[in-house]
Design a protein around this ligand. Structure first.
Ligand SMILES: [Zn+2]
Length: 111
């Protein structure tokens, strides 16, 4: 199960604990317990956007500007991610899209 997120200034269902950016959540399921679980997962993924591996951007620009889907993978995030990179048989397009957007440098530093 996944949720869709979109930056929002009006209705903020969840906020990044690093940069404070608010997001609206679009749920595919309605179970309160599932929502609670997803909230914690999504919060972790939002923090992950700020990690060094994603560029280390501590501002809200670390997050995709368009609608995006979380979690990018199911199961244990770190483990699955490593498995994906190692195997790399066919990374789902959703993942590469999110990672690419997050990694895009704000301004290219040419020196
Ligand atoms: Zn953030």
């Amino acid at each position: 199960m996944q949720v869709l997120l979109r930056r929002s200034e009006f209705r903020q269902d969840i906020g990044c604990s690093v940069c404070g950016q608010g997001f609206r959540l679009y749920w595919e399921q309605n179970s309160p317990s599932e929502r609670a679980t997803m909230r914690s997962i999504v919060l972790g993924e939002l923090q992950e956007h700020h990690s060094r591996g994603q560029g280390g951007d501590q501002t809200s620009s670390a997050h995709p500007f368009d609608l995006f889907r979380l979690p990018s993978w199911t199961g244990s995030p770190k483990f699955s991610r490593k498995t994906l990179l190692a195997g790399s048989s066919r990374p789902p397009s959703d993942i590469s899209k999110v990672v690419m957007i997050s990694r895009r440098p704000k301004e290219p530093s040419q020196r």
